[in-house]
Unconditional design. Structure first.
Length: 219
């Protein structure tokens, strides 16, 4: 199930909510628009593949639980921003965790390195999104799910978003490795996390481009 397909059924893209640690939750105000009853929209959403539950809340709000949050990676494609936001870039130094620019650029570099090293270490095979079910993977997915809403916002806040996504990815890089370590054999989980790294690299690149930054592969 892609966010785009859910948006087509509801008439507008839903927004992610919560931490996604226990459930991948989206909310939608489509039921407030009056074109269809909230119950009718909920029934249509329930018929979509990959939807675990749709709850109708007071006022017509819908809460939609997705079974496999990792499936959103199949629909993520970076887009270019021809008119970057002015005055949103960061200084190059200091290259410490106190500098958001370093945090974001370093996350780009780490994600790019994962993709380079994956081939050398024999990581490959089909992408199984259901394997991205751990705490750290879900935290990154939760932030990636904000991409569509930010693209359509008058005030997307790309700089703050890039920092949040970068911090979540640093945690995942440290606690949920995408590459085999030592004598460990490459697994389907490694393949899934390499796919996650690719998405992070693309989305951070989009955010950096939007604020007039150069997207780095190395520092």
């Amino acid at each position: 199930m892609t966010v785009g397909l859910l948006g087509e059924v509801l008439g507008a893209l839903p927004a992610p909510r919560g931490t996604w640690e226990k459930e991948a939750l989206y909310v939608s105000a489509a039921g407030l628009r009056g074109r269809e009853t909230p119950e009718a929209l909920a029934a249509r959403a329930r018929d979509l593949p990959g939807i675990t539950e749709v709850r109708v809340r007071p006022g017509g709000w819908l809460e939609i639980v997705v079974a496999v949050p990792g499936e959103l990676l199949t629909g993520i494609e970076a887009v270019s921003h021809p008119c970057p936001e002015e005055g949103q870039g960061w200084p190059d130094f200091p290259r410490t965790w106190r500098n958001p620019g370093f945090v974001v650029r370093y996350a780009c570099v780490r994600a790019a390195a994962v993709r380079r090293w994956a081939g050398e270490l024999g990581v490959g095979g089909p992408f199984r999104p259901e394997l991205l079910d751990g705490r750290w993977d879900r935290a990154v997915l939760r932030l990636l799910a904000e991409l569509y809403g930010r693209r359509g916002s008058r005030d997307p806040g790309w700089a703050a978003y890039a920092e949040q996504l970068a911090l979540a990815y640093h945690d995942a890089f440290e606690h949920a490795p995408a590459l085999p370590m030592g004598d460990e054999e490459p697994s389907a989980l490694h393949t899934a996390r390499v796919r996650l790294a690719r998405a992070v690299r693309e989305v951070l690149g989009e955010a950096l481009s939007a604020i007039g930054e150069t997207v780095p592969d190395r520092l």
